[in-house]
Design a protein. Structure first.
Length: 568
């Protein structure tokens, strides 16, 4: 009996030790969750709504996995740890951001479709981890990310760098970048539903309760993204945190339904705010106020913040909400000539195809620098599929429609395509003169594909993803420019991507290319004719070979007939 008592006591001590270390490990992680919604009237009468949800988890050590999940989504944490991802950036976008009319977006935008890029630790399983990462995200978000294969996977050298504030040089040295995009991917509620499930409060309360799929996907532009990156907990970066940022941006048009600029939360989302998420440390709604306009914001804001650039922001603290609230803005006059504090972007671009016919063509991009006195250094990045054969010797650069003697391309990285293996990659470092239009053009040949390589809608064509223009050191708010390159302790062995600091990326239009397409009706006609001939031939031959033929004498036939009559 006493042996059972000792065994039971030993068991209790063991359980106590395990619980002690488990609780200590769990409480070592300090999760922090914040949510915000920013609403900004645009110059053409439309309205920008930007949702942002931030979760930070501390106590993460290098090479150590964490098993405690409080606010940080477990599905993302397991994917990050299983496939050795240092950073992860995934964006679902439908439509194109109109830089000329809407200015720069609040959050980094992306091209139409799905864009995925991640920094993965260098090891022997890096390519396998990238493939597994795309498949895991495809299953999580009900998307076609598993179609990101070697033919559309690239390794940018200049354009993308680590976004996290924690030791970007170390990431670039010990990790490699993988980038892939699907410009033809459609975004729907099947992608939004698993995205919402990653939030601590889901859509039951807080700002996320305004996310209505019917209203969101009826907008002129919408973008949904997830960014996972390491950040510093303090200024000296002694402690590291892992941060996940979930954003949803949408451009809605209140004028389309009512004919006025007036808007309310119930009008643009079909819902009202009831209460903040109880798990959120901070929950706020911001309205960027236009200048010199006669409008009324109801109810009154808790506070109005004055920014350095002259912008006023009305702030609502959702923690103070007790009842259901519908925030609205009404305009005194139904006109559109208000000064909405619109800041036209200095850097934007347009890309299009040139040429005609089914054999040859070209790509041309016009990059605008609206800065009157400052030259702007940029990185132009473009990925062209393998079925367009580029000719690098045809690459030309013109400024304001004229060829220049001094080549503005300071550095060029070019990766030629390999049929059915990898795409073309162009990265060019340029210096845009003040108040200029810089034109890049290159010619290509169209490849004849196998009939099995054409999609079901072959006559529609193939989508070409957006080009990316990275501008260095641009401060978007008041258009001050700091073009000093950030070196971040770069050495000769450090990848160049870690030596640059980009503050904005501009995406061009997606393109639709028509390749030589066979007449798919001909196989149908041939199959139909062949099947008909074979059926007739086979039926006739089968009938002749299987039917039994018996020769009857005329006399015997008459006798048989007479015998039957007599029997009757």
């Amino acid at each position: 009996m006493w042996q059972l008592g000792r065994l039971f006591l030993f068991f209790l001590v063991f359980i106590f030790i395990v619980l002690k270390f488990t609780v200590a490990e769990n409480f070592h992680h300090n999760d922090n969750f914040k949510e915000s919604l920013t609403i900004k009237p645009l110059s053409d009468g439309k309205l920008l709504t930007h949702f942002q949800f931030n979760v930070r988890i501390s106590g993460i050590k290098e090479g150590k996995t964490f098993n405690h999940y409080k606010f940080f989504p477990r599905a993302i944490g397991q994917i990050i740890q299983s496939y050795n991802a240092r950073e992860l950036h995934l964006t679902f976008t439908q439509g194109r951001w109109n830089y000329e009319d809407w200015g720069y977006p609040i959050a980094p935008s992306a091209g139409t479709g799905v864009e995925l890029w991640a920094w993965l630790w260098k090891d022997e399983k890096l390519d396998k981890n990238w493939k597994s990462l795309t498949n895991a995200l495809a299953g999580l978000f009900c998307a076609s990310l598993n179609f990101i294969d070697d033919t559309i996977t690239v390794q940018p050298q200049l354009s993308f760098r680590p976004e996290g504030s924690y030791n970007a040089t170390e990431i670039s040295t010990h990790a490699e970048l993988r980038y892939g995009s699907l410009p033809h991917e459609n975004v729907c509620t099947e992608n939004l539903t698993p995205w919402i499930k990653l939030l601590p409060c889901k859509s039951t309360s807080g700002i996320a309760s305004l996310l209505n799929g019917h209203k969101l996907y009826d907008s002129n532009f919408h973008s949904m993204s997830i960014h996972v990156q390491p950040v510093c907990e303090d200024s000296r970066c002694l402690n590291k945190q892992l941060e996940i940022i979930q954003t949803v941006s949408a451009v809605v048009d209140p004028v389309r339904n009512s004919g006025k600029r007036d808007w309310s939360l119930n009008q643009i989302f079909g819902r009202q705010l009831s209460q903040a998420c109880p798990l959120a440390e901070g929950s706020k709604l911001e309205v960027i106020l236009p200048e010199d306009c006669d409008y009324k914001l109801s109810p009154d804001a808790d506070d109005v913040t004055h920014m350095d650039g002259g912008t006023n922001i009305a702030l609502y603290n959702l923690k103070n909400l007790q009842l259901t609230t519908d925030i609205s803005m009404t305009w005194k006059e139904d006109i559109f000539e208000y000064n909405l504090n619109f800041e036209q972007p200095r850097i934007y671009a347009h890309r299009f195809f040139t040429g005609y016919g089914q054999e040859r063509g070209g790509i041309k991009v016009n990059i605008f620098n609206k800065s009157p006195n400052i030259s702007v250094p940029i990185i132009y990045y473009d990925v062209i599929p393998w079925f367009l054969k580029l000719y690098l010797h045809t690459l030309k650069v013109q400024i304001n429609g004229k060829e220049v003697q001094d080549n503005p391309i300071k550095d060029l990285y070019y990766q030629p395509a390999v049929d059915r293996s990898r795409p073309n990659v162009i990265e060019a470092e340029l210096l845009l003169p003040p108040n200029s239009i810089t034109t890049l053009s290159i010619n290509f040949d169209k490849v004849f594909l196998k009939y099995t390589e054409h999609p079901p809608d072959a006559n529609r064509g193939f989508d070409i993803g957006s080009a990316v223009i990275s501008s260095t050191g641009e401060i978007v708010g008041d258009f001050n420019y700091l073009y000093d390159v950030v070196t971040r302790n770069c050495s000769e062995d450090t990848p160049r991507a870690a030596c640059y600091h980009y503050s904005i990326r501009v995406y061009t239009e997606t393109l639709l290319v028509s390749l030589p397409t066979p007449d798919f009706s001909m196989p149908y006609n041939v199959i139909t004719l062949t099947c008909t001939v074979i059926a007739l031939f086979f039926g006739s031959m089968f009938n002749l070979l299987t039917r039994g033929f018996v020769a009857l004498q005329p006399n015997e036939d008459n006798k048989n007939k007479e015998g039957k009559d007599a029997a009757k």
